[in-house]
Design a protein around this ligand. Structure first.
Ligand SMILES: [Zn+2]
Ligand SMILES: [Zn+2]
Length: 745
C-alpha cells in the first residue's frame, strides 16, 4: 500500500511513500506521519492511500505515525483539496490553516499540560504514629499534618506554601507516606468565569418563522437520501434577535446528536457574545479566538476533536474545527470582510462554510442585517433560501431614526466644514442633560493624518510607504499607519525652520480633543487600536461604558460591531464620505453597512435611537437608502449598477498584486503578465491594469495590481497556474493572487 503525503515543508506537492506492513491498520487518509525526506525527516499528512503508485523511482517507507487516529476527516481533506485548487494556495499552507501550530507542533509529547499532585496515603496522625521505624523529622511531621484531609494538592503550590522543596516531598514518597502523580490539566479559556444558565426565550412570530425554515433544513440534513440543504440567508435587522434564533437552532442540532460551529467576526467575539453561548450550552461549548494562549488553543481543539465539545464559537479559522457529526454552521455578520484571510491561503470562511456544510450534508445559516451582495444575489436566484426578520425583536424598541446632515451647508462661509455639525452638537447636548449615552465613529485613529509646513509646504511622510505620517498628540509622535514606523514630531520644519506646523485632517484623538472643548462637563473616552493595544483595556472600557461611567464613546470600527448598550440613544458618524470614496467597487456597500451597523448600536433599550450621518454627498445611494434603512432598495440599485459594469456578483473578481523593492522591475513584469493575460483572454474575461495599487508603496515595496473579472474562473486559474511556470516573476518580484478579493488596496 502507498500513501500520498504532503509534508509541512513549502513544496506545494505530495510525495508517495510505502506503508510498512506494521502500519497498515494505522495509516489512513488524514493521519499525521513522519517521513524520510532527502537526508532529513519531515512531518506531514497522508492525503490519500492507494494500491498502486505512478512513481518510477525508489520509494521510501513511512517512519512513524503520530496519534491513534487521523487528524482530519475525509470531508476536511476534501475541503483542503478544494481550497488549494480554488484559492491557488500551496497545499501545505491549507493544511496549516486547518490544523493550527499549537496542535501540530507538539514535539514534546502530546501537547497536553500535566501537573504534579501530592496526596497523603495515611489518614491521620494516629495512623502515622503506628508505623514502626519511621523516624520522621519535625519538618516532615509538619508536612504530613498539612496534607491530612486535603485530598490531592498541586505539588508546586503546596511546596511554595510550606516553604519546602519537591525533593523533601519526594522523601515522604520514598517512605510510602504520600503518592505523587501527574494529572492532565485543561487550560480553559473560560476558567473562573461563571455563566448563569439561560433558558430559551419566547420567539416573536418573525423569529419563529425563521426557526421553522432552519429546522426544515436541519431535518433535511439528517436525511441522507435527500440532497444537502441549501444555505439559509437569515436577513434580520439589528436587534431583531438573530442570536436567539441561532441558539435555538443549535439546540435542535444537539438534540439529534450533532454538533454546530458558529463563526463570528473576531471583533464581535466579545465576552458578551461568548457568554450567550456558554450560558445556553455550558461545558460543551468551546471557544476559539486569537487571544487564546497556545495551551488553551491546543486543549480546546482536542475537546472538539474528541467530541467532548459540540458547540464551537470562533472567528474565521473555526470553520475548520474538527467537530464530530457536523449538523449546522452559522456565519454571523456574513458580509464582514474579516472572514477573508489576507495572506495565503486567501480563503473566505463564509464560502468555506457553505462548501464544508455541503460536503458534510449539514445546514448553513448566513446571518446579517446588511447581507453581502453576493449572498443577496444567491437568495434572489434561488441558490439560497431567505428567512427575513425585518423588525426588532422587542415591541418597545423602535427603529432608529437616521438623520442625514449635509455638511456642504455647514461649510458655507467657512474655509472647511466643521468636524461637528450644529445639529449633532445639539443632539449630543440633549443626551448629556438626560443622562443618555452617545457613540461617535471615525475611521481614522491618531490626531491628524497630514502634517504640513505652512511656509514651505514640506509634509511629513513615511520614507518606506507612499503615505503621510499621522500625528499622535498624546506622545507627540508621528506614526505611519501602513508600516508602523514612528518618530518624534520635529518642533521646527526640517526644511525651512518654520515653527508652525499645520495639522490637517482629523483622527480620533482630535475628535476627542474637540469634544472635550465642546462638552466640558461630559465624561469622554476614546477607544481605538492605540488604546486597546494594552491587554483587557477593550473589555475595561466597555464595562465602564456599560456602567455609565462614560457619556461619550469615540472610536473606530471596533465600536460599530455587535455592542449592545441599552442606554445609548445617539450614534454619530462624523465623516461618512471617507468610506464612500475609497477606490473599491464595494465602497457603496461598505458605507451602507457602516451606517446600518452604527444605527444598530442605538435604541436597544427603551429609549428611541438616532443616528446622525455627516456627509458631503447625501445623494449617494448608499447614504440615501441607509437613511430609510431600506436594504432591498439599496441592493436593487447597487446590483443593477454592478450588472452593468459586470462586477461581482455577476463575475468573479481576481486581484493580482505584484510587489518588489524596485519599481522598474515590478512594473515591467506587471506589464508583461497583463499583456499575456489579455492576449489569451480572447474576450472570455476582462483584464484591467496593470496599475499602481491604491497603496502604491508599503514597507519599501512598490505595488502594482492587475484586476480580472471573469465568469470563467477555472480557465483563469488554469492559465495563472501555467503562467507561474512559463512566466515566473523575476528575482525580487513576488506575486499574490487573491481569488474573490475583498481588499483592493
Ligand atoms: Zn517648512
Ligand atoms: Zn510606512
Amino acid at each position: 500500500m502507498f500513501a500520498k503525503v504532503a509534508t509541512d515543508a513549502a513544496l506545494d506537492k505530495t510525495f508517495d511513500y510505502i506503508i510498512p506492513p506494521d502500519f497498515e491498520n494505522k495509516v489512513m487518509a488524514g493521519s499525521r506521519v513522519v517521513v524520510p525526506f532527502g537526508n532529513r525527516t519531515l512531518e506531514g499528512y497522508v492525503l490519500g492511500i492507494s494500491k498502486t503508485t505512478d512513481y518510477k523511482g525508489k520509494l521510501r517507507e513511512i517512519k512513524e505515525v503520530i496519534g491513534d487516529r487521523p487528524w482530519m476527516s475525509e470531508h476536511i481533506l476534501k475541503l483542503v483539496s478544494w481550497m488549494a485548487t480554488y484559492y491557488m494556495a500551496p497545499i501545505e499552507l491549507c493544511l496549516k490553516a486547518v490544523i493550527p501550530a499549537p496542535i501540530r507542533n507538539t514535539n514534546k509529547g502530546d501537547g497536553f499540560q500535566s501537573r504534579l499532585y501530592i496526596e497523603t496515603l495515611i489518614d491521620d496522625e494516629e495512623e502515622l504514629s503506628q508505623i514502626a521505624d519511621l523516624k520522621l523529622t519535625e519538618r516532615q511531621l509538619a508536612l504530613m499534618n498539612a496534607l491530612f484531609d486535603q485530598g490531592a494538592l498541586p505539588m508546586g503550590a503546596f511546596a511554595t506554601e510550606q516553604k519546602t522543596t519537591p525533593a523533601t516531598l519526594r522523601k515522604l514518597e520514598e517512605k510510602g507516606l504520600v503518592k505523587i502523580f501527574e494529572k492532565t490539566e485543561r487550560r480553559d479559556p473560560l476558567a473562573g468565569k461563571n455563566f448563569l444558565p439561560s433558558k430559551p426565550l419566547p420567539l416573536t412570530e418573525e423569529q419563529a418563522n425563521a426557526k421553522k425554515i432552519i429546522c426544515d433544513a436541519i431535518s433535511q440534513a439528517c436525511d441522507l437520501e435527500k440532497p444537502a440543504p441549501k444555505p439559509i440567508l437569515l436577513f434580520g435587522v439589528t436587534a431583531s434577535g438573530k442570536t436567539e434564533v441561532f441558539l435555538q437552532s443549535i439546540a435542535e442540532v444537539l438534540a439529534v446528536g450533532k454538533s454546530a460551529i458558529v463563526l463570528v467576526p473576531e471583533i464581535s467575539l466579545t465576552p458578551q457574545t461568548i457568554q450567550r453561548f456558554a450560558s445556553r450550552f455550558g461545558k460543551i461549548t468551546a471557544v476559539l479566538h486569537s487571544k487564546l494562549s497556545d495551551g488553551e488553543r491546543h486543549d480546546e481543539w482536542h475537546r472538539i476533536y474528541t467530541g467532548e465539545a459540540r458547540v464551537v464559537v470562533g472567528p474565521r479559522s473555526a470553520v475548520f474545527a474538527p467537530v464530530h457529526n457536523l449538523g449546522l454552521i452559522i456565519v454571523d455578520e456574513e458580509h464582514e470582510p474579516s472572514y477573508k484571510q489576507e495572506e495565503a491561503p486567501r480563503y473566505n470562511a463564509r464560502d468555506i462554510a457553505v462548501m464544508r456544510a455541503n460536503y458534510e450534508h449539514a445546514a448553513t445559516i448566513l446571518g446579517s442585517a446588511t447581507p453581502s451582495l453576493e449572498s443577496w444575489h444567491n437568495s434572489n436566484n434561488g441558490k439560497y433560501i431567505i428567512a427575513s426578520m425585518p423588525n426588532r425583536a422587542s415591541k418597545q424598541m423602535s427603529k432608529p431614526n437616521t438623520i442625514i446632515v449635509d455638511m456642504r451647508l455647514e461649510a458655507m462661509g467657512k474655509a472647511a466644514p466643521p468636524v461637528f455639525s450644529k445639529d449633532l452638537i445639539d443632539a449630543i447636548k440633549r443626551r448629556l442633560t438626560t443622562g443618555e449615552q452617545v457613540m461617535l465613529f471615525l475611521n481614522r485613529r491618531g490626531y491628524a493624518p497630514h502634517v504640513t509646513c505652512p511656509a514651505c509646504g514640506h509634509t511629513e511622510e513615511c520614507e518606506d510607504c507612499a503615505t503621510g505620517m499621522t500625528y499622535h498628540i498624546d506622545d507627540n509622535r508621528l506614526r505611519c499607519h501602513l508600516c508602523g514606523i514612528e518618530r518624534s514630531c520635529p518642533s521646527v520644519c526640517p526644511q525651512c525652520g518654520c515653527e508652525n506646523y499645520k495639522f490637517t485632517g482629523i483622527g480620533t484623538q482630535r475628535i476627542e480633543a474637540i469634544a472635550k472643548k465642546l462638552f466640558p462637563s461630559a465624561k469622554i473616552q476614546r477607544m481605538d487600536a492605540d488604546i486597546t493595544a494594552r491587554k483587557h483595556s477593550h473589555e475595561e472600557i466597555l464595562a465602564r461604558f456599560r456602567a455609565r461611567e462614560i457619556d461619550i464613546l469615540i472610536g473606530t470600527q471596533m465600536i460599530t460591531k455587535g455592542l449592545d448598550f441599552p442606554n445609548v440613544s445617539l450614534a454619530g458618524i462624523l465623516n461618512a464620505d471617507s468610506a464612500l470614496h475609497i477606490p473599491d467597487f464595494r465602497a457603496g456597500e461598505r458605507t451602507f453597512q457602516l451606517i446600518a451597523q452604527m444605527a444598530g448600536r442605538t435604541g436597544r433599550g427603551l429609549l428611541p435611537g438616532d443616528v446622525y450621518v455627516q456627509t458631503q454627498t447625501p445623494e449617494a445611494p448608499a447614504i440615501k437608502f441607509a437613511a430609510t434603512e431600506n436594504f432591498s432598495a439599496f441592493a436593487a440599485q447597487e446590483l443593477s449598477d454592478r450588472k452593468e459594469l459586470d462586477y461581482p456578483p455577476y463575475s468573479k473578481y481576481i486581484c493580482i498584486t505584484l510587489k518588489a523593492e524596485s519599481n522598474d522591475a515590478v512594473s515591467a513584469y506587471a506589464d508583461l503578465l497583463a499583456q499575456q493575460l489579455d492576449s489569451i483572454s480572447n474576450e472570455r474575461f476582462r483584464v484591467l491594469g496593470p496599475s499602481p495599487a491604491p497603496l502604491e508603496r508599503i514597507k519599501k515595496y512598490w505595488r502594482h495590481q492587475i484586476s480580472i473579472f471573469t465568469n470563467k474562473t477555472n480557465l483563469v486559474l488554469a492559465y495563472l497556474k501555467e503562467a507561474q511556470k512559463t512566466l515566473p516573476p523575476p528575482n525580487g518580484v513576488t506575486i499574490a493572487i487573491d481569488i474573490d478579493a475583498m481588499n483592493t488596496m
